[in-house]
Design a protein around this ligand. Structure first.
Ligand code: ZN
Length: 457
């Protein structure tokens, strides 16, 4: 708790020392100056001051062709003031009696016609200032407080075309925040999937060289091939059992999902395969105090599943208990066991494959985090790299890089895949972290964040 507070104070001081909003051409607009205050809170007054203040926890957004919705999550409801400025166009929102969490993003870039960038800073000891770069005007916007949801307080900023009209549903009125509720809690991805028509075939898709990155898109033709193969096999009376052919996975058409639902659940429509390394008779590596790799990989994977599902993803696990994945159990060969893990993801046509492992080395000083990808897969690299970057931030390990590999499960899965070596179980400090509830949770949060960013960018 103490270290968190110190971190917050440091963040606050840093944000004040580097006034990112200083722009010389604003000198004439003194009443809307974006320069931050010189006043720096001391350690003594900081904790008593923030006790009754609202913490700005983070900022999320979703955009479609009609509007962008930006949501500011705060720990409690806040009062705010807005100002519109032209040349260049900016919307300034001052949140009263607020301070910024150390984990909140200070800058965001939007992929939207209606707003391009957002910056967040502590304007003075009581005020958090949000600056949104936008060429739209006040009449194109609707800004309102919305209680409940993921945080106790929310400020919602809608900017776009015909913003005064109900956007998704005639029953919803943006001017009445109470009714503008995301469907969040009682709509699971499965339910949404059923109500959404299957995506039509993309007509303008250019023929490309088939790679791991788009194998899953060719599933239709592969299914046909395997059917043909099956009838050939039948006529030759081969012994090989062939799997019953199944319809290709139905994907959600995201353009039919209201933007507010996508903000609450950014992973809606994603099917993520998680593979907790080892299991059953295969303990994996074992740490100096006896902690087993198979236990850590399962714990991280279970926490990761929960985080991803809470963001709307559908998750399949190669295992969710202490077992082997292949039906032959401990009698399966190493490759049979690994292929069984790939089959889980390939059969389900998962969008990405995440294999969780813990590293080990004879020299106990070895430490740090590595993620691996298939050299032929650009998306695999992106996935591995985003996860590594966010994971090391969260568990505070050294980076050993995003590396190419020939690991079976990374190479034999059809979708972008990564194998994560979270940290070294052979290192006393890292084993301690991996054996703690906090360490497990942080690792899961880091991986989940990397996955979210992979899909966002
Ligand atoms: Zn392993």
């Amino acid at each position: 708790m103490k270290s968190r507070l110190i971190l917050l104070i440091l963040t606050l001081i840093l944000s004040i020392s580097f006034p990112v909003f200083a722009e010389s051409e604003n000198d004439s607009e003194s009443e809307v100056s974006e320069n931050v205050s010189e006043e720096i809170p001391t350690k003594e007054n900081f904790s008593s001051k923030v006790a009754n203040m609202s913490e700005v926890l983070g900022i999320r957004y979703a955009a479609n062709q009609d509007k962008i919705r930006i949501v500011v999550d705060t720990s409690s409801p806040t009062e705010f003031k807005t100002m519109w400025i032209q040349n260049p166009g900016r919307l300034i929102i001052d949140l009263d009696n607020s301070w910024i969490s150390s984990t909140a993003n200070r800058e965001m870039t939007f992929n939207s016609d209606f707003a391009t960038k957002l910056r967040l800073a502590q304007f003075d000891p009581q005020t958090v200032r949000i600056v949104i770069e936008t060429e739209m005007t006040e009449s194109d916007s609707n800004i309102f407080a919305l209680p409940g949801g993921r945080s106790d307080g929310r400020v919602v900023i809608d900017i776009g075309r015909k913003i005064e009209e109900p956007v998704q549903d005639t029953k919803q009125d943006p001017d009445s925040p109470g009714e503008f509720k995301p469907k969040e809690k009682d709509e699971s991805p499965e339910e949404i999937r059923q109500t959404v028509p299957p995506e039509p075939d993309a007509p303008d898709e250019k023929p490309r060289k088939k790679s791991k990155d788009d194998k899953s898109k060719d599933k239709d033709s592969e299914d046909k091939k395997s059917k043909d193969q099956k009838s050939d096999d039948d006529s030759k009376k081969t012994e090989t059992p062939s799997k019953p052919s199944k319809p290709p996975r139905q994907r959600i058409d995201l353009s039919t999902i209201p933007p507010e639902v996508l903000i609450e659940k950014p992973l809606i429509g994603k099917l993520i395969a998680i593979d907790p390394g080892h299991g059953g008779s295969d303990a994996g590596a074992i740490g100096p105090s006896g902690l087993m790799e198979k236990t850590v990989t399962l714990n991280i994977s279970l926490a990761l599943r929960e985080l991803l599902e809470s963001q709307g993803a559908e998750v399949i696990m190669t295992r969710d208990t202490d077992i082997e994945v292949h039906e032959k159990g401990s009698r399966a060969t190493a490759n049979e066991e690994l292929q069984a893990r790939c089959d889980v993801a390939n059969d389900a046509e998962a969008d990405i494959f995440i294999s969780v492992h813990i590293d080990s080395f004879t020299n106990s000083t070895a430490h740090g985090t590595t993620t691996y990808y298939d050299a032929d897969s650009k998306l695999g690299f992106k996935l591995a790299d985003k996860i590594r970057a966010n994971l090391i931030d969260e568990i505070e390990t050294a980076s050993r890089g995003t590396q190419r590999c020939n690991f079976y499960v990374v190479n034999k899965t059809d979708m972008p895949a990564t194998l994560i070596e979270v940290a070294f179980i052979s290192n006393t400090d890292e084993e301690k972290m991996l054996g703690s509830e906090e360490g497990i949770m942080k690792a899961a949060v880091g991986i989940a964040e990397g996955i979210k960013i992979y899909f966002e960018e």
